[in-house]
Write a protein that binds this ligand. Structure first.
Ligand code: PMP
Length: 353
């Protein structure tokens, strides 16, 4: 390939998703999936859709799903935009609301997709370092920005921001879109959805991949005032109107309808998280306070990269981030109690060496 083409292609820096290994069965604690199955009502709805609807094109407007989500969050269906996973909703949001003149601000460190997308859209993002304890430097997000994206709680640290802090950021960025990515909000955070009707600049992004245990069907959505949602629809319709397939629409609707099932599951995950934090601290780990279904930890004596590789040899997969500020940290998804027992047993063997 010529130098020209090589340079052109090298600039396209892709998002690298967490590993989905095929070599053997791991205790898989590396991609923040839910360890429990989706609601039986979801499975039933998908089976029914297989039998009755596969012949037909899906509804390009996802009307029923938007209506269900709107009722659940006490909004209007026109305040909901549905996409193929929240990654796609984020991608449309970046394309719709940010520009090189209005560079989006986000933290270092945060969900790595933001940087990839900002670069692909030539946005020259403004990157704001987190505080030493990984909390959000709220004041820096209140300085002039061309837009803001904040996951609450943050990934990969698991730290949340309070409602009053989000309010401060919304007030200071009235002329630009503020995206709050609530992928992990149901594991102990405070949602800003009740602010939507007061803030035309607020766009909240949700996913069914974590809390609803439906990473396999790829559904995410955005909530905001009608004008912002209309902006997203315009961009989406320029590409492909049939974004969500019928099985995903049926499963997602049933999941939102069966919130009681998921609330119990989230409670269980939070209990396991708190027990795991204590067990990790007992064997020499420092753990960042978490409001999500994962924890961010480093060991006082043993290097995270070494632990990561040895855990893999023991059949336990976690995430190791090889970035400057966090190179000595592991991100560990909360699994079932049995899976966390296996993690702790493996760690004890590794640390004894
Ligand atoms: N936001 C954050 C903060 C995430 O960690 C993830 C999952 N990797 C997503 C969005 C995307 O989730 P999905 O595309 O599965 O909806």
């Amino acid at each position: 390939m010529s130098k020209f083409w090589n340079e052109l292609v090298q600039k396209l820096d892709p998002y690298v998703p967490g590993e989905q290994p095929k070599d053997k069965k791991y205790v898989k604690l590396n991609t923040n999936e839910n360890p429990y199955p989706p609601s039986p009502k979801v499975v039933k709805a998908i089976k029914q859709a297989v039998n009755e609807q596969l012949r037909l094109y899906p509804d390009p407007n996802a009307d029923e799903l938007r209506k269900t989500a709107a009722e659940h969050f006490q909004l209007d269906p026109e305040q909901i935009f549905v996409g193929n996973g929240s990654d796609e909703v984020l991608a449309f949001s970046f394309m719709s609301f940010f520009s090189a003149e209005n560079p989006v601000a986000f933290a270092d460190i945060t969900y790595s997709f933001y940087k990839v997308y900002a670069n692909l859209c030539s946005l020259s993002p403004k990157i704001i370092p987190l505080n030493e304890d990984f909390s959000l430097p709220v004041k820096a997000f209140c300085e002039p920005n061309g837009g803001v994206v904040i996951p609450n709680p943050n990934a990969p640290t698991g730290r949340g921001v309070s409602l009053s802090e989000v309010k401060e950021i919304l007030e200071a960025n009235k002329d630009h879109v503020v995206i709050i990515d609530e992928a992990y909000i149901d594991f102990g955070g405070e949602s800003v959805i009740p602010f939507i009707n007061d803030y035309p600049n607020l766009l909240v992004i949700r996913t069914l991949s974590k809390y609803s245990s439906l990473a396999g069907i790829r559904v995410g959505y955005a909530l905001g005032q009608k004008e912002l949602i209309d902006g997203l629809n315009r961009v989406k319709n320029s590409f492909n109107s049939y974004t969500i397939d019928r099985l995903a629409l049926a499963g997602a609707k049933a999941a939102i309808d069966d919130d009681a099932y998921y609330q119990e599951m989230a409670k269980k995950i939070v209990t396991t998280r708190e027990q795991t934090i204590e067990r990790l601290q007992n064997i020499g780990f420092t753990v960042v306070p978490s409001q999500s279904n994962f924890i961010f930890a480093s060991h006082t004596e043993v290097d995270a990269e070494v632990i990561f590789h040895e855990l893999r040899d023991h059949g336990v997969l976690v995430r190791y981030f090889n970035q400057p500020r966090i190179s000595n940290h592991l991100r560990i998804t909360i699994g079932t109690d049995e899976e966390m027992d296996k993690l702790i047993d493996a760690l004890k063997l590794i640390l004894k060496k």
